[in-house]
Structures are given as C-alpha cells and as structure tokens.
Design a protein around this ligand. Structure first.
Ligand code: T46
Length: 142
C-alpha cells in the first residue's frame, strides 16, 4: 500500500506561518465537511473503522499522532507531526489512531457529509468487504 502524503506549502514570514487548503489544488476532492479531533485523553486510541466511500485528508495542525492504515493486505504505520503534510486516506482503508500527544489537534477534510451508514466498524466485515469487493462498493452492504 502506498502512503499518500500531500505537501502543503507554508507561506511563512517573520510573523509566523500560514497554510491554505484549496479544493482541486492541494486537496484532491470537493470539500464537503471539516472536523477536528482535540483533547484526546492520554493512552486513548481512536478510529478502528473503514469507510465504504469517504475520502479524507488528515492534517496534524498541532502535536502528533500515529496512524495505522490497513488495506486488508498490508498495514502501514505513519507518524503525523507536520502541519505542512496532509495524509490522504482513500475509501476502503481501515484506520487506527494511536499515541496522541497531549496537544494534538487533527484536522480532517472530507469529501462527504457525515453518514454512519458509510462506516465499517467491524474488522471482520472490513476484511470480507475487501475480499469480496476488492475495494469501494457500497451495494455489498445494502
Ligand atoms: C475518521 C477519523 C480520522 C459526527 O457527528 N459527525 C462527524 O462528522 C464525525 C466525524 C463524527 N460524529 C460523531 C460520531 C460519534 O458519535 O462523533 C462521534 C465520534 O466519532 P468517531 O467515533 O467516528 O470518531 P473517531 O475519532 O474514531 O474517527 C473520526 C471519524 O469518524 C473518521 O471518519 O476517519 O476520525
């Protein structure tokens, strides 16, 4: 599995830094939703699900956290600790988030509105999804 890290240009000057996120430019989809995770308690892990269709870009705007991405064949672990990098997570990928730093703020850009129907929260169902469909196909669950 290939990790897709998007470089985000930082416009720094002597006042500080600024990064702009622009749909179709440095974000490869139409942005329908933005949310952020913060105040994650020490020792807590999050995620443990895949999405049938959703694509997202995740940015550690502050602090750090470790992502484990799993496409059903292979697991890859990556530390997100740079506000000038966006992790692109395609649909059909199981994700877990571990080792949140106390100050971690994760900002997430999503290509769809929130829908619990899009989640696969059971790992065995995810493996079945991957095996039977080989990727993105919502009808398997209907
Ligand atoms: C993901 C990782 C990176 C909403 O009401 N609206 C929303 O847009 C989202 C994302 C969540 N929620 C509710 C659903 C749950 O009751 O907020 C609660 C926590 O969501 P969840 O347990 O899914 O959070 P995480 O941190 O496990 O996962 C989230 C996203 O859900 C997920 O898409 O990829 O962050």
């Amino acid at each position: 599995m290939e990790i897709k890290l998007l470089p985000l240009q930082s416009h720094g000057d002597d006042r500080g830094s600024l990064i702009a996120l622009e749909e179709g430019k440095n974000v490869p989809f139409k942005i329908k939703r933005v949310y952020y995770l913060y105040n994650t308690k020490p020792g807590v892990s999050r995620g443990f699900h895949a999405h049938k269709n959703l694509k997202q870009v995740v940015i550690a705007v502050r602090g750090s956290c470790r992502f484990v991405l799993d496409d059903g064949d292979e697991k890859i672990s990556i530390l997100l600790d740079n506000p000038a990098q966006g992790l692109l997570i395609e649909s059909g990928i199981w994700r877990e988030m571990h080792n949140f730093s106390e100050d971690c703020v994760l900002m997430v850009l999503a290509d769809s509105l929130y829908s619990e129907e899009d989640y696969i929260r059971d790992y065995n169902k995810f493996l079945q999804f991957h095996k039977n469909i080989g990727g993105v196909h919502d009808s398997f669950f209907k």
